[in-house]
Design a protein around this ligand. Structure first.
Ligand code: TPP
Ligand code: MG
Length: 571
């Protein structure tokens, strides 16, 4: 009988999967695990990260997966910790983030909900709809393979969260390491799968013969890191590229072929196309379900759809050719196939009319943000300033209601994995935790967050976490004193003069709150003051919060709101 605890075996099993960070609020049920993590962490290169709320930790882990393309681990205690964790896990599921959620249960002899034990919850049932796979490990020996299964399940197909739980007595059990099935995964164990080469060839022929062949990129392109291949494919064919909220930056904004989502230009490209390649996407709600009026009707337009998960293909409209496979692999295959069929092409002539549609839309939009001295500022001006101030590979974590709609139109995403936003889940409270997770995962990259004031309040306590880990992230809070997007909805729905029922906050100075929590704070009322404030915030080297007073009337009406509302109708 060895003396390696289940807690230590869990640490070693996570290490075998390449884990470097574990988010967890200390708890007695896994103190044996924490003992081993403290003892072995320096040697194994593993670190404990302590959040202030479990849901925020799940969001931070979510961001880590987006920035690295790898799974990230979050742990929570039996009962209330698990309950707090769940909203972050649900969000990760919507977003396709491989978050490994670990919970404990109380001891096996008392972990029965009817028995009267403390912190007892049927967590298997509770997590089941929120994850791809979950299990309970009931023997010391099964810890490494349980962990291995969890990592495989999280990464296979469309990535997503998984849940494993350990009764506290299993973590306290002891055994001999030689008896444990502990090994690192072989290279290639989770290799990205390509599509059928014959179908790829047919798809390439269809695209080469097409008159107007845009590429539409979904979030799967970001997950698989398909940026280089897609850029090369688009440039080779000279075709327009449309992106969704989850794929911004995959072909960098500012590139002559890429078009902003939810814009007339993107609608023209999609609607006029005779053959669309939609890659790494389900064609969901913010893609207008792949249907008219933004897209042409399926009889008039061929759709080649590619996704890693066959269940995502042909969901809401018929598909002419399906390429089931990893987005990066498929984009590389298509590039190889079109190169054999045609020499490199000039930029498609259609780009001229598309750009004309974009220019008139942009002109109207930009007229609203030209006066940089106006107080309070217009929300969109925040992004005009951050676009200038931050480097191309800076990571922007976005959060809020209308604040994010402004961001969608004004923020330039100029690198892959540079814009983090829960555009599928629409989950407020993710911005600050995302920024924290991103900075930990990519310390060499600049990270900033722009958040609505209401969104910020959901997880504002995590400023303490950012300060504790000395993370120099800059948070810009767009303060309209309200649930701005819900004011827009009231105006739309009430059918009478809306009075912002339930939508207004009492005044808060977020820079002062931040200062009280050990951050650097700034209060800014006009966009012209914002870059100097950003300079000072950067120079502080601290976690910084800038209270940006935005015009509450302007914030009710971000650009494209009618288009966004239209996106949210139909199916
Ligand atoms: C967790 C969560 N709760 C509630 C909502 C509903 N909701 C969507 S937008 C919004 C208002 C957001 O306000 P704020 O963050 O201040 O941004 P603003 O619209 O004012 O720019 C609300 C309450 C949500 N999406 N997520
Ligand atoms: Mg607000």
């Amino acid at each position: 009988m060895g003396d390696v605890t289940g807690g230590e075996l869990l640490v070693r099993s996570l290490h075998a999967e390449g884990v470097r960070h574990v988010w967890a609020i200390p708890d007695g049920t896994y103190m044996v695990f924490l003992e081993a993590l403290e003892r072995l962490g320096p040697e194994l290169g593993m670190e404990l990260l302590v959040p202030d709320h479990e849901a925020a930790a799940a969001h931070a882990a979510d961001a880590m997966t987006r920035v690295t393309g790898k799974p990230a681990v979050v742990m929570a205690c039996a009962g209330p910790g698990a309950a707090n964790l769940i909203s972050g896990v649900l969000c990760a599921q919507d977003e396709g983030s491989p978050v490994i959620a670990i919970t404990t249960t109380r001891r096996s002899d008392i972990a029965y909900p009817y028995l009267g034990g403390m912190q007892v919850l049927d967590q298997q049932a509770y997590f089941k709809p929120a994850v791809k796979w979950n299990t309970q490990i009931n023997h010391w020996k099964r810890i490494p393979d349980g962990v291995r299964q969890a990592f495989r399940a999280a990464m296979m197909g469309r990535p997503g969260p998984v849940h494993i739980e350990f009764p506290e007595d299993i973590l306290a059990q002891k055994g001999d390491l030689d008896d444990a099935a502990l090994w690192a995964q072989a290279e290639g164990s989770v290799a990205p799968t390509p599509a059928d080469p014959d179908l790829v060839r047919r798809a390439a022929e269809t695209r080469v013969d097409a008159r107007q062949p845009p590429i539409h990129c979904g979030g799967g392109t970001q997950r698989s890191g398909a940026g280089a291949e897609l850029l090369a494919l688009a440039e080779y064919l000279g075709c327009p590229v449309t992106v969704g909220a989850g794929s911004r930056g995959i072909v960098p904004d500012g590139h002559e072929l890429v078009l902003q989502p939810v814009s007339p230009a993107a609608a023209v490209a999609k609607n006029m196309a005779d053959v669309v390649l939609a890659i790494g996407t389900r064609l969901g709600e913010l893609d207008f379900w792949g249907k008219p009026p933004v897209w042409a009707a399926s009889g008039q337009q061929k759709l080649i759809q590619s996704d890693i998960d066959p269940r995502n293909v042909g969901l809401s409209r018929p598909v002419d050719l399906a390429l089931v496979g990893d987005a990066r692999a498929v984009a590389g295959q298509l590039l190889g196939a079109v190169r054999e069929l045609t020499p490199k092409r000039e930029t498609h002539e259609q780009m001229a009319s598309i750009r004309a549609a974009e220019a008139s839309w942009r002109e109207q939009m930009d007229a609203r943000i030209t006066d940089l001295d106006r107080k309070p500022m217009v929300s969109g001006q925040i992004f005009a300033v951050t676009n200038e101030y931050f480097a191309d590979d800076a990571i922007a974590a976005l959060d809020g209601g209308n604040t994010c709609v402004w961001a969608a139109h004004y923020l330039m995403a100029r690198a892959p994995r540079s814009m983090l936003w829960t555009s599928n889940a629409g989950h407020l409270g993710t911005g600050l935790p995302f920024a924290i997770g991103a900075k930990i995962a990519a310390p060499e990259r600049t990270v900033f967050c722009v958040t609505g004031d209401s969104a910020f309040r959901f997880n504002m306590q995590e400023l303490e976490t950012a300060v504790r880990y000395k993370l120099p992230i800059i948070v810009i809070v767009a303060v309209d004193g309200a649930y701005g997007m819900e004011k827009s909805a009231q105006r739309r729905v009430f059918g009478r003069e809306a009075d912002w029922y339930g939508s207004l906050h009492s005044p808060v100075r977020y820079d002062k709150v931040a200062e009280a929590m050990g951050c650097y704070g700034e209060f800014v009322e006009s966009a012209s003051e914002l870059s100097a404030a950003l300079e000072r915030a950067t120079a502080s080297g601290q976690t910084a919060v800038i209270h940006a007073a935005v015009d509450p009337v302007e914030n009710i009406d971000p650009p494209g709101l009618a288009l966004w509302a239209a996106a949210r109708s139909g199916a």
